[in-house]
Each structure stands twice: as structure tokens, then as C-alpha cells.
Write a new protein. Structure first.
Length: 328
């Protein structure tokens, strides 16, 4: 029996698949709590449902960058097998960038899921980061990049095309502030970021660039971290309206709402399971389901529903679970 991913995605099977939540912490006590929470939720869901990104850019005190990087290395080595831990280093034009990459990539090339590069403006910045990885003998370590300015948005397609780049994230607050007051402060709010035309345009450009090259678009933060309703609404809009498949968390309270918002419903999982099972039984020829014609184009969509359910820790019917158990 051929696996649906092989049959339906073909060359697209190389498309990057990441957990839907990327959780950031930059202070040691919060880093430790984040890693502990990740381990607990791995036990709960039977899979790693969110990344932990240890932050050097905003976390390191001025003048203490090297010490902070060394502390991040020590913490990352504590993560259990199959955990997904990443590090955000300083920007490529920061004085601590080279040391960050040497210390972190040089010591953690096998433990890290990726390295996040902030304030990427162009392909040249990606190439500089790649050279730093090679210098640290971290040849296979992927890069995620943070798009935070109008110029970076303009160059998003070229950045996304680079083979080492797995994901583009949108940096909302820096993007708004980079406009010199042309975008009001409300553009950074949980509601305003979905209504201001320049902000929405930037989000769509990033999502489109990622989908063009099989990369993962990661949505920006919601700063009202105690407002679960605002968090949930923003996550659902990012997923359903703007084409994002991943989102940042900056507080543990935001992780589960993101998982819920990006997960398919029970009804969607049930329909996808039935359609994929019927398609497999028909050797992937066209079928009729509930009076509608389905073929490989729609099979591809429903298979991706099941993949998203697996990524978000949803309970899958036995007919669907076999595909993921076999892949372990």
C-alpha cells in the first residue's frame, strides 16, 4: 500500500512541515519553564506540538551576549529526544552575530531544529547567515527568517526561494515602527493588524512567498497575552483568511489557543478520513462522496487536513492513524 503522502504530494512531499506553534522565551527561568512545558505536552499528545525558541536577540543583556549564548547552549542540551528547540540569534549586522553563530551553531548543530535570523532585509543577509553556519560546521541546520520591514517584504519571494530557508515569520511591531509613524499604533493591536491595509498586504505577501516555494509562513505575535479570546480570534483569522500555517507564542497561555485555532474540527477530520480511505480503496481513481466528485486534487487537500490534525495533536480515527504510525 502506497502512502498517501507519496501518491498525492509527489515532489511536494519535500514541502516543509513544522509544528503550528513557535513559542519564544528569552529569560532563563522562562526558558526552563518552556522546555518543561514542551516535555509535558509531548507526553500528553504523543508528539512535539510546538517549538521552543530560546531568544538571544531580545533576551541577552547588552554586554552580556556571549554569556547569554553559552547559557542557551547549556539549556538546549537538556531537551529530551524528539523535542524541537531553536535559537533566535542577533541580526547579521549586530556585533554579536558572528559569536552567536559560532557558540550556538557550533555546539548545537545536531540538537537544534533550526536557527532564527531576525531583521533579514534581503537574500544577501540569508547568504551571510549561511556562511556563518558553514563556518561553524553546521552544514545541515535550517534557517528561519524574520521579515520586519517594507524592504524585506519586497524581497520576500527571493528570500523564501533560498533552499536553506524553511520558514518566514512576520515581525509586526518592527514592521509598524519602520514606517516612521505612517501606520498608527493600532496597527499593532490584535484587531488593527487585520484591518490596516499595509499590514495586511505585508502578511499576504509573506504567506504567498512561502507557499510559492513550499515554505512555512509563521504569523506574528499577539501582545494581549492574557486575552484568550483575542488570541484565538487572531490565530483563526491568520489560518483561515491569510494562509498562515504557524504562529508565534510569547506566553504559555497562548500555546493551546494556537493549537486549537490551527487544528481542523472533528467533522473535518471525519470527512477527510472517509475520503482518503475511499480514495485508497479505489487506488486513487475519482470517487463520489456525499454526491460530490473527488479526485487527486481534492484528495491532496483532505490528506493535508489529516496532516494538520496530526501536527496539532488531534485524536485521529484508526483508519487515518495507521498512516502516521507507519511513518514513525
Amino acid at each position: 500500500m502506497k502512502h498517501p503522502r507519496e501518491v498525492l504530494l509527489g515532489a511536494q512531499a519535500a514541502t516543509v512541515s513544522l509544528p503550528v506553534c513557535d513559542h519564544y522565551s528569552g529569560v532563563e527561568v522562562r526558558m526552563r519553564k518552556s522546555l518543561q512545558l514542551q516535555a509535558e505536552m509531548m507526553q500528553e499528545f504523543g508528539a512535539c506540538v510546538f517549538d521552543v525558541t530560546l531568544d538571544c536577540e531580545d533576551g541577552a543583556p547588552v554586554g552580556g551576549e556571549a554569556e547569554h549564548a553559552a547559557m542557551v547552549v547549556a539549556l538546549a542540551t537538556l531537551a529530551p529526544e524528539k523535542a524541537r528547540v531553536a535559537v533566535r540569534v542577533h541580526a547579521v549586522d549586530h556585533s554579536a552575530f558572528e559569536a552567536d553563530m559560532a557558540i550556538i551553531a557550533g555546539n548545537l548543530s545536531r540538537q537544534l531544529s533550526h536557527i532564527m535570523i531576525p531583521k533579514v532585509e534581503s537574500l544577501a543577509d540569508v547568504l551571510k547567515a549561511e556562511q556563518a553556519l558553514l563556518a561553524a560546521s553546521a552544514d545541515d541546520l535550517p534557517l528561519h527568517v524574520l521579515i520586519e520591514s517594507p524592504l524585506a517584504v519586497h524581497n520576500a519571494f527571493e528570500i523564501a526561494a533560498h533552499p536553506r530557508v524553511q520558514s518566514l515569520s512576520f515581525g509586526l511591531m518592527d514592521f509598524v515602527s519602520s514606517h516612521g509613524g505612517a501606520i498608527p499604533a493600532g496597527g499593532m493591536s490584535s484587531q488593527g493588524q487585520f484591518t490596516h491595509p499595509l499590514v495586511v498586504r505585508a502578511k499576504l505577501e509573506i504567506a504567498s512567498a512561502c507557499h510559492a516555494y513550499g515554505k512555512v509562513p509563521s504569523h506574528c505575535v499577539v501582545t494581549e497575552f492574557n486575552d484568550v479570546a483575542a488570541m484565538t480570534t487572531a490565530a483563526r483569522r491568520a489560518a483561515c483568511e491569510l494562509g498562515y500555517t504557524r504562529m508565534w507564542s510569547i506566553h504559555p497561555n497562548q500555546i493551546r489557543p494556537i493549537l486549537e485555532a490551527f487544528a481542523p474540527t472533528e467533522g473535518e477530520i471525519e470527512d477527510a478520513t472517509k475520503i482518503i480511505a475511499a480514495a485508497s480503496h479505489a487506488d486513487w481513481a475519482p470517487i463520489s462522496f456525499d454526491g460530490k466528485l473527488h479526485d487527486r486534487a481534492s484528495y491532496r487537500y483532505f490528506w493535508q487536513v489529516l496532516e494538520r490534525a496530526h501536527q496539532t495533536g488531534r485524536t485521529l480515527p484508526a483508519e487515518a492513524r495507521i498512516y502516521f504510525d507507519a511513518a514513525l
